[in-house]
Design a protein around this ligand. Structure first.
Ligand SMILES: Nc1ncnc2c1ncn2[C@@H]1O[C@H](COP(=O)(O)OP(=O)(O)O)[C@@H](O)[C@H]1O
Ligand SMILES: [Mg+2]
Length: 412
C-alpha cells in the first residue's frame, strides 16, 4: 500500500471505529473519504436490510432510505451484490442500464462470501472512465474496509433486534400487569358474589316453597355456580403457586378419608351417569402432613374429570397404596382415553381437548402444580378409546412432633 493510501485507510478506520459518531454519520463520512480519494463527485453506500438494499449514505440526501428489492433483476447494484463482483457499468452492462451516467462503478462490500451491501461511485473528475487500475484499487480498498462495515452492519442489526426485544418486553410487562390485575379482580371481586349466589340457591333448594318442578332448575343453578367457583379457585391457586405466593397450611391428614369425602361430594354425578365406582383403599397408609383443602381439590378435579370424560355406565377405579415412603393415589376411568400426542399437553394452562361450557383447561394445570408443591409427582397413562389413569405419588411426611416423639422413644 502506498503511503497516501495508507493515510486514507487510517482515516477511514478511525471514522468507522469511532465511539462518538452515530452509524449514519460514520457511513456519511466514510463515503466522502472514499469519494475524494477516488476522485468521484457522486456516490452512495447501500446496505442489506431484510430483502432489500437500502441507501444508508449518499451525496444526494434525498435518496437516503430508498431501497431496492433484492429480487429486482434490472438493478445493477443487486447484480453486483448477488454475484459478489465489482461492476463497471460502461463495460459490464447494456447501454440502457447506464444511460444516465458517464461512468459508474459498483463494488460489493463482502467478507468471505457474505455480502453486506455495495458502494456506488460515479462522475469521476473530468468525466473520465474508470480504468482497470481504478477498479483494482477500489476493489482492494473496499475489501480492506469491508470488515469494518460488516461490524457496523452487525452492530446496527443487533441494536435493531435489541430495540424490538425491548418493545416485546414492554408489551409482556403490560400483559403481565393485566393478568395480575385480572387475577386480583377475580380473587376479590368475583368470589364473594359467587359464594352468595351459591348460598342463596342452596336455601332456595331446601325451601319447601319451591315447587317440585323447579328443584331441577335450582339444582342446575347450584352446579353451574359450583363449577364456576372451582374454575376460579383453580385459576387463583395457579397464579399463587406460579408466583411463589401460596402458603401451605399443612396438618396431619388421612388421605383415604379425603378421597371418601371427595367421592361423597361428587356421588350424585356418578349416580346420574349410572357409573360404577370401585374403591380399593390401603388401610396401612399413615397420616401425612398435607394442606387438606388443596389435596381435596386435587382429588375433586381428578374425579370430576373421570366422571365427566367417562360415558354412562362405565367404571371408575380409585386405589391407594403405600409404596416405600410414598402414598400412591390412582384414579382410573374407562372410555374416551387420551391420544398419545395430547398426553403431554393436558397439563398446559387453558388446554382442553373438547373446549365447552364447563371446560376451562385449568383443572390439570392446578392439579400438577399443587401436587408438586407437596413435593409429589403426577403421571398419566392412557389408551385411546379405552381408559385413562392418573397416578399421584405423595411422599409421606410425618408431623415434626411425631418425629421428635420417635427420636425420644429411641433414646429413652
Ligand atoms: N379422565 C380423563 N379421561 C379422558 N380425558 C381426560 C381426563 N382428564 C382430563 N382429560 C382431558 O384433558 C383435558 C384437560 O383437563 P382439565 O385440565 O381438567 O381441563 P378441562 O376438564 O376443563 O377441559 C380435558 O379437556 C380432557 O380432554
Ligand atoms: Mg377438568
Amino acid at each position: 500500500m502506498k503511503k497516501e493510501d495508507f493515510i486514507v485507510f487510517n482515516k477511514l478506520t478511525k471514522t468507522l471505529l469511532s465511539k462518538r459518531l452515530s452509524h449514519k454519520i460514520k457511513l456519511k463520512r466514510a463515503l466522502s473519504i472514499i469519494l475524494s480519494h477516488t476522485k468521484c463527485n457522486r456516490g452512495s453506500i447501500m446496505l442489506k436490510n431484510n430483502d432489500t438494499l437500502e441507501i444508508v449514505a449518499s451525496t444526494n440526501a434525498k435518496l437516503i432510505g430508498v431501497s431496492t428489492p433484492l429480487d429486482d433483476t434490472r438493478s445493477p447494484a443487486v447484480k453486483a451484490f448477488k454475484e459478489l463482483k465489482i461492476l463497471n457499468l460502461k463495460t459490464d452492462c447494456s447501454k440502457k442500464q447506464y444511460k444516465n451516467f458517464t461512468t459508474f462503478l459498483i463494488t460489493p462490500i463482502k467478507v468471505n462470501n457474505d455480502a453486506y451491501g455495495v458502494i456506488n461511485l460515479t462522475e469521476k473528475d473530468n468525466d473520465q472512465d474508470f480504468t482497470d487500475k481504478d477498479t483494482k484499487f477500489i476493489s482492494k480498498f473496499v475489501e480492506s474496509i469491508s470488515i469494518l462495515i460488516e461490524n457496523l452492519y452487525l452492530t446496527s442489526e443487533l441494536e435493531n433486534k435489541n430495540s424490538k426485544l425491548t418493545t416485546t418486553l414492554d408489551e409482556l410487562k403490560k400483559t403481565q400487569k393485566f393478568r395480575d390485575e385480572l387475577s386480583n379482580m377475580i380473587i376479590h371481586d368475583l368470589k364473594s358474589p359467587l359464594s352468595e349466589i351459591i348460598a342463596n340457591l342452596d336455601i332456595l333448594y331446601r325451601d319447601s316453597y319451591v315447587k317440585d318442578n323447579l328443584f331441577d332448575v335450582v339444582d342446575a343453578g347450584i352446579k353451574g355456580a359450583q363449577d364456576m367457583m372451582s374454575m376460579i379457585q383453580n385459576l387463583v391457586d395457579i397464579y399463587k403457586i406460579e408466583q411463589n405466593n401460596l402458603i401451605l397450611n399443612k396438618n396431619l391428614e388421612d388421605i383415604n378419608n379425603l378421597l371418601q369425602e371427595t367421592v361423597h361430594k361428587l356421588y350424585s354425578l356418578i349416580i346420574e351417569k349410572k357409573q360404577k365406582l370401585y374403591l380399593n383403599l390401603d388401610k396401612s397408609i399413615p397420616l401425612t402432613n398435607i394442606d387438606k383443602l388443596l389435596i381435596l381439590r386435587i382429588f375433586y378435579n381428578l374425579l370430576n374429570n373421570a366422571i365427566k370424560y367417562s360415558p354412562i355406565k362405565k367404571s371408575i377405579y380409585i386405589l391407594t397404596q403405600k409404596i416405600d415412603n410414598n402414598i400412591l393415589i390412582e384414579i382410573k376411568n374407562t372410555g374416551v382415553g387420551i391420544a398419545n400426542n395430547q398426553l403431554t399437553k393436558i397439563f398446559d394452562k387453558f388446554y382442553s381437548i373438547q373446549r365447552g361450557q364447563d371446560n376451562s383447561g385449568l383443572g390439570l394445570t392446578f392439579v400438577k402444580l399443587a401436587v408438586e408443591t407437596h413435593n409429589g409427582i403426577i403421571k398419566v397413562f392412557s389408551k385411546k378409546d379405552l381408559w385413562t389413569k392418573f397416578q399421584i405419588f405423595l411422599p409421606i411426611e410425618e408431623d415434626k412432633n411425631v418425629l421428635d416423639q420417635k427420636i425420644l422413644d429411641l433414646t429413652l
